[in-house]
Design a protein around this ligand. Structure first.
Ligand code: GLU
Length: 494
């Protein structure tokens, strides 16, 4: 790579329908970076009334597994890239196109753009060592070998400069002398990624390749292939990588990268889409929280930042909290449903597996949840946080946090105060105002602030020191159960 020019390209005007594509390899969970690349392509296809082609690059048999392909399709559908939409085409499978890969390789051989080579990698290394220059030296260029087992097909890289026009990075120059004659077909006849990817793109009429920056070094090679095969190269765009807090590229081993994990934790799709789109790009105006239609209207590749973007999980969660609060109460109740019924999506490393509601299913009461949902809605940023916040409503005897209990009952006044509260609660009208005024009056008589006085009452009735607003919760919990729990706590406190 010689360098990038600062000036940006105006997108090439293509006659006919623009055709974008997303070409993942099904080798694992769906990476959030992949989701962002897919969204870019999808949004551009929608914006330009083009087509989004999904091509599954499944030719690496040792790493690909069918379940990952379904995972990709599900993940795309979740972020709104829906296989039934008229802009969507596919999925195509690269493995089904093997004959075209071979035919294109033959064509390149016949036209003199490629040649066979029988050197072993040891021989190549020896020659490189002797010449003091790493890489393959073009030894077989003019040997006129025919194809056969153990012979790789290599592309004859011409001298000169290759200029890649990239919609994100501008003009990028590569000196061809730094690019060795690269392999198209392995010794067993199978195509390498660079070759299969171009042959498929050509066959599928792709006009715009928007993909991860890590593929930029492949691009001069691929552009040469497009040209050698007699086609105008597509418009390229390489999207900067996502990095973690330490500014290191997000990695499967180190970071939480699977879209499925965020989904299982209860990030909602709209929040995820909006958040992914703010990584390296910003909508106009002073809020980043915007709806999808706005994103489709405003997104431009030319305004995507060149530098890597920090995937900030805290910010994603904050976005999600905003999306949860924007929902109507009914929408929120519906969104929580999978986490309350034990049918939440599962993902590795996420605890809320389908059978993991904290209460036995038969004790859950939807109408109770609908009453407390507004109290919860303003207090969570992930849907998976909801069950633990409300479990005391649906557990016969919620576990008591011993430390919180001891702390709440450490004050002299705590036991007598709770006893008095209990006595009063027996006869009041059971609603928030009355419950609150009982506690206020007793607080005033003991000269204890309301906040402090709530602590023993809260831990007695909910088992914890924090939770949704207490008086509202007790109203829903009901008088009998509230009194019963206070009695249990008073006998525990001794
Ligand atoms: N299968 C490649 C990948 O997953 C596709 C690269 C491309 O988009 O050209 O990285």
């Amino acid at each position: 790579m010689l360098g990038c020019e600062a000036s940006r390209l105006v997108s090439t005007v293509v006659s006919g329908t623009p055709r974008y594509r997303f070409a993942p390899s099904p080798t694992g969970y769906f990476h959030v970076g992949g989701a962002r690349t897919a969204l870019y392509n999808w949004i551009l296809a929608l914006q330009n009334d083009g087509v989004f082609v999904l091509r599954i690059e499944d030719t690496d048999e040792s790493r690909n597994q069918p379940q990952w392909t379904q995972g990709i399709i599900d993940a795309l559908a979740w972020v709104g890239i829906n296989g039934d939409d008229p802009h969507f085409e596919g999925p195509y499978f690269q493995s089904a196109n093997a004959a075209a890969h071979t035919a294109a390789a033959q064509k390149l051989h016949e036209s003199g753009h490629a040649y066979y080579c029988d050197l072993t990698s040891e021989q190549i290394q020896e020659r490189a060592k002797a010449a003091g220059k790493p890489g393959y030296d073009g030894y077989s260029r003019d040997r006129g070998l025919s194809g056969g087992p153990g012979r790789v097909l290599r592309f004859k890289v011409p001298a000169g400069i290759t200029v890649v026009h990239d919609e994100v990075r501008g003009r990028v120059e590569f000196d061809n002398s730094t690019i060795e004659d690269f392999v198209l077909l392995r010794g067993n006849g199978s195509p390498v990624f660079i070759h299969a990817n171009v042959v498929d793109d050509i066959q599928m009429g792709i006009t715009n390749v928007v993909r991860a920056e890590e593929h930029l070094p492949n691009t001069p090679k691929q552009q040469m292939l497009w040209q050698a095969l007699g086609h105008e190269p597509p418009v390229w765009a390489h999207v900067p990588v996502l990095v973690n807090e330490q500014r290191k590229k997000l990695s499967k081993r180190r970071d939480k990268v699977a879209l499925e994990q965020y989904r299982a934790e209860g990030v909602v799709a709209d929040a995820m889409v909006n958040y992914l789109m703010t990584l390296g790009w910003a909508p106009s105006g002073d809020t980043e929280i915007v709806d999808f239609a706005r994103i489709v209207a405003e997104f431009r590749l030319a305004s995507v930042n060149h530098s890597s973007a920090f995937f900030d999980v805290k910010k994603l969660n904050a976005f999600n909290g905003e999306y949860l609060r924007k929902m109507s109460s009914d929408e929120f109740v519906a969104a929580c449903e999978p986490w309350l019924s034990g049918s939440a999506p599962s993902a590795p490393g996420v605890e809320n597996s389908p059978s993991a509601t904290p209460w036995p299913a038969e004790r859950f009461d939807r109408s109770v949840f609908a009453r407390i949902a507004p109290l919860v809605q303003t207090r969570v940023s992930l849907l998976s946080e909801v069950p633990a916040m409300i479990d005391f409503f649906f557990l016969a005897d919620p576990a008591i946090d011993a430390a919180a209990f001891d702390k709440a009952f450490s004050a002299e006044w705590a036991r007598p105060a709770l006893r008095s509260i209990r006595e009063q609660l027996v006869s009041v009208v059971w609603n928030v105002e009355a419950i609150k005024s009982v506690v206020e009056l007793i607080g005033a008589s003991l000269d204890v602030k309301l906040g402090k006085l709530q602590a023993p009452l809260r831990v007695a009735t909910t088992g914890r020191s924090v939770g949704p607003p207490l008086f509202e919760s007790l109203e829903v919990l009901g008088r009998d159960e509230t009194l019963r729990r206070i009695d249990v706590a008073l006998s525990r406190a001794g």
